[in-house]
Design a protein around this ligand. Structure first.
Ligand code: THU
Length: 123
């Protein structure tokens, strides 16, 4: 699947974002190695810090269906992932992370390039 195709699925799900406070609609689509796609949008809450980002919604949907770190090939996001989500992308070991920059171009990174010298639980 191309970045454009996966990003189109992220764009589609962004329309379902529940973002009455920021009015900022984000979508993310996770592609698994066996070809499944799990898409999620941001879901806000009146207690602002409790809102969840689109990336975490999408990963949570995949995890709930039994997907595990390493089973995922790529994620496409309609915007640059926040710092917290970058930690999630690291945990899930995405091979490719695609997101749309503010200028409309598509960025491609490996998850760990988005968070160098990442913290991990000590062995
Ligand atoms: N948001 C995401 O869904 N993903 C990100 O990586 C950045 C921020 C959402 C959270 C909140 O609902 C809205 O964008 C504004 O911050």
């Amino acid at each position: 699947m191309t970045s454009e195709e996966l990003l189109a699925q992220a764009d589609a799900v962004a329309a379902n974002a529940y973002a009455p406070y920021s009015n900022y609609f984000v979508g993310a689509a996770v592609l698994t190695r066996d070809g499944r796609v799990f898409a999620g949008a941001n879901v806000e809450n009146a207690a602002y810090p409790l809102g969840i980002c689109a990336e975490r919604t999408a990963i949570g949907k995949a995890a709930s269906e039994g997907v595990r770190p390493g089973d995922v090939e790529a994620i496409a996001i309609t915007a640059s992932p926040c710092g917290g989500c970058r930690q999630w992308l690291h945990e899930w070991r995405f091979e490719r992370v695609w997101f749309r920059r503010a200028d409309g171009s598509i960025a491609e990174y490996a998850a760990d390039d988005l968070l160098p010298d990442t913290w991990d639980l000590p062995e």
